[in-house]
Design a protein around this ligand. Structure first.
Ligand code: AHR
Length: 315
């Protein structure tokens, strides 16, 4: 009788192993392709470093591909991973929202699960496992709400947009505009893209300051901190005091923006956590183990006006 019980136990354990329990909770031994957008901003670089560190800590073999802002490079990398058949899963940070249906379908047909991180795609959610990201619309709303209260609802705003067609730019714009639309004194007087890049933010702001009476500009709303810092340089070079003559609000919470907050040259930033690698790898492991996941795993972020407040939340 005891012998029969032992046989049954062995069979149960064997069944668990064969049904996929062999994939460890952390993902050790998996090979995962990570298609990253590029290195346009300090936030993007922190995000890359955080994902790589997380993979190393878990014993995941991460195949990293830098698309240098080109969607076609991302599609080519995904197709190469599919053709080589050497990845267990793919993590995709998509540069723009549209144009992913075909390649996502190809990955699905090859049985390779795809987890979307950071920005969104407009493909049918059945083509990917889940999306690990912040709520960009909410970020825009937070920035606008702060500006409304700081200016008592009276402000002419310069908007520095991120990459055109990216979820981070369109959704932040949507959230911000939704809130300022409630206040007749809040007006966007210039809106141009700086592609999330510091030097471009500076160039755009410098040309606006050359064509517009600076006294007519109340604030800069930048879709990321790097463009805000570029704009701050342009404001200073125009002989004005950023943070006072022209208010500055942006998104990311990178270290440089806290130096700028300390110096009184910027006023507020909305945090975008770069630590999305952990939940993305957890999602890969879960889906390989046959678990169902929600289509969106949100990553929270708050608005900060001081380094002390940020530090208090991140001890
Ligand atoms: O997609 C997130 C955005 O992309 C970050 O806010 C920006 O810094 C980055 O380039």
């Amino acid at each position: 009788m005891r012998f029969v019980r032992w046989i049954m136990l062995v069979l149960i354990l064997l069944g668990l192993v064969l049904s996929g329990i062999s994939v460890s909770g952390q993902g050790e031994g998996l090979t995962i392709g990570f298609s990253q957008i590029g290195s346009e901003s300090a936030w993007r670089t922190s995000f890359t470093v955080a994902v790589q560190a997380e993979a190393e800590a878990r014993g995941i073999n991460l195949l990293f591909s830098d698309a240098q802002q080109e969607q076609e490079n991302q599609i080519a990398a995904i197709r190469a991973w599919i053709a080589q058949g050497d990845v267990d899963a793919i993590i995709l940070a998509p540069v723009v929202t549209s144009g992913w249906d075909e390649v996502l379908q190809e990955a699905q047909d090859a049985g390779i699960p795809v987890v979307i991180v950071d920005r969104n795609v407009d493909s049918d959610p059945s083509l990917y496992v889940t999306r690990v990201s912040s709520d960009f619309v909410h970020e825009g709303r937070l920035a606008a709400a702060w500006l409304v209260q700081a200016t008592s609802g009276q402000c002419n705003i310069v908007e520095l947009q991120g990459t055109v067609g990216s979820a981070a730019a369109t959704d932040r714009q949507t959230g911000f505009n939704e809130v300022i639309a409630l206040f007749s004194g809040m007006t966007i007087i210039h809106s141009e893209t700086g592609n999330f890049v510091r030097t471009e933010g500076k160039q755009v702001m410098a040309s606006i300051l050359a064509s517009e009476d600076p006294a007519n500009i109340c604030a800069v709303w930048a879709h990321n901190d790097d463009m805000a810092i570029g704009a701050i340089e342009a404001i200073k070079e125009a002989g004005l005091q950023p943070g006072v003559d022209i208010l500055v609000v942006s998104v990311d919470a990178i270290p440089d923006i806290f130096n700028s907050l300390d110096a009184g040259e910027t006023n507020a930033t909305v945090e975008l956590s770069p630590f999305m690698g952990g939940p993305a790898f957890d999602a890969v492991v879960a889906t390989l183990n046959g678990e169902e996941l929600p289509k969106w795993i949100p990553v929270a972020g708050k608005l900060y006006t001081t380094r002390a407040a940020y530090d208090a939340d991140h001890q």
